[in-house]
Write a protein that binds this ligand. Structure first.
Ligand code: ASP
Ligand code: MG
Length: 405
């Protein structure tokens, strides 16, 4: 019997009725002749609530206690789902991450899966059980519980699917699949029937929130087909796969956006070796991830260095950067937190000219100013004022004819 791994996110198991709905869906896949492994997130906003509880006691909880606390959210949902399955006549067993053999490193709060020992899961499957696994958690060599970082249940599901050599991994959520653009901004946006790993990774990294980038990367590495679909209807969803036989129909596959971008510009920087590392090393040490970086061509050995961070990280980043700017004798350090980014993404753009031009023309026709531009082989990103992002996404969706299926 083929093994299918299904993951249900927090909104899919937010209350008892929803958990019963998930049980019925799992039962249906089981009836279709599959061995079922189900990974769940914590119910609704449980993880946020647990974090708030810890914060009421201390601003700096120990990593070990914090992770053991957060892991309890997923224990609640996985045990309840096992009971719900049992109550409709399907034998099920719930397992914590540790019981499911998920081994991690010791980086509390953002642990990495080192490997999975699937023995217990396989035994339960062979005994005829549906296996329900608590997402987002694992265990260190010293038997301490860790969590994988926010949104980590996607990673649990993909990693389990890989280690069990599952046929497919299904990610169930509250939207119909991966959309051409955020349907809250663009009325004509529609769910894609398929997308390849590379494109999905760019979409996820550029603000599309449907799947965690780390999980997509893992799927790509092991070529695990991932179906993203809705828990609350029977629509087919979006298949994320290697895309070998995907002839390019529409060269732009989708548009991703992110409203919370801030820019830091260090003006009048002496252009000599070591400057970039003097700035970016301390940012990395402070745990601030830097996105777009642009350095201007220097004039008389003086240049400007501009980069973006998440808007929420701006204050922290400025505290790190200001003293450095002073010590390297930069002329000024300016920030702007009211920015957003828009990315057009499509594997078919590779080696085809004209996409960047069309994007810039579309934005200029709307009189939208571009602050920064970056590209990869399959993506063009523009940083614009945040209050123009919605309009820009709509205009680009039309310009690249994404409304056509
Ligand atoms: N419950 C965790 C979170 O909210 C993990 C997950 O949902 O994937 O981040
Ligand atoms: Mg969640």
């Amino acid at each position: 019997m083929p093994i299918i791994v299904q993951k249900y996110g927090g909104s899919s198991v937010a209350d008892i009725e929803k958990i019963k709905n998930v049980a019925r869906r799992v039962a249906k896949s089981r009836d279709a002749g599959n061995q079922m492994v189900v990974v769940v997130s914590a119910m609704g906003d449980t993880t946020d609530d647990l974090i708030a509880l810890a914060k009421k006691i201390t601003a700096h909880p120990s990593g070990r206690e914090y992770d053991l606390l957060l892991s309890t959210g997923e224990l609640v949902s996985c045990t309840l789902l096992a009971m719900a399955l049992d109550s409709i006549g399907y034998r099920a067993v719930s397992l914590s991450g540790a019981q499911a053999g998920i081994k991690t490193d010791t980086e509390y709060n953002r642990a990495h899966i080192l490997g999975i020992d699937p023995k217990r899961v396989v035994n339960e499957l062979n005994a005829g059980n549906i296996v329900v696994v608590a997402g987002f958690q694992g265990i260190t060599q010293d038997q301490d519980v860790t969590t994988l970082g926010r949104g980590g249940s996607d990673t649990t599901a993909i990693a389990l699917a890989i280690s069990l050599k599952a046929k497919e991994c299904h990610i169930y959520t509250d939207v119909d699949g991966v959309f051409t653009a955020d349907p809250r901004l663009v009325a004509e946006a529609h769910s894609l029937s398929e997308i390849n790993y590379e494109e999905m990774l760019e979409m996820a990294n550029c603000g599309a929130r449907v799947m965690h980038p780390r999980a997509v990367e893992l799927g790509q590495m092991y070529n695990m087909p991932i179906l993203v679909a809705c828990t609350f209807n029977e629509k087919p969803g979006t298949l994320i796969h290697g895309g070998k036989d995907m002839e390019v129909k529409n060269k732009v596959t989708g548009i991703a956006h992110d409203m919370d971008v801030a820019k830091i510009m260090i003006v009048g920087v002496p252009d000599r070796p070591g400057i970039a590392s003097a700035i970016f090393e301390p940012l990395a040490t402070a745990g601030i991830s830097v996105d777009t970086i642009v350095q201007n061509a220097s004039i008389e050995n003086i240049t400007d260095l501009t980069f973006t961070v998440a808007a929420g990280d701006l204050d922290k980043a400025m505290k790190v950067v200001m003293p450095i700017a002073e010590s390297i004798k930069a002329r000024d350090c300016i920030s702007n937190s009211r920015l957003g980014k828009i990315s057009i993404i499509g594997a078919g753009m590779q080696n085809t000219p004209g996409y960047a031009a069309r994007m810039f023309t579309t934005l200029s026709e709307k009189n939208i100013n571009i602050h920064l531009i970056t590209t990869s082989e399959i993506r063009i990103t523009c940083i614009v004022d945040d209050d123009r992002v919605s309009e820009a996404v709509r205009a680009l969706h039309r310009a690249f004819e994404l409304e056509k299926p």
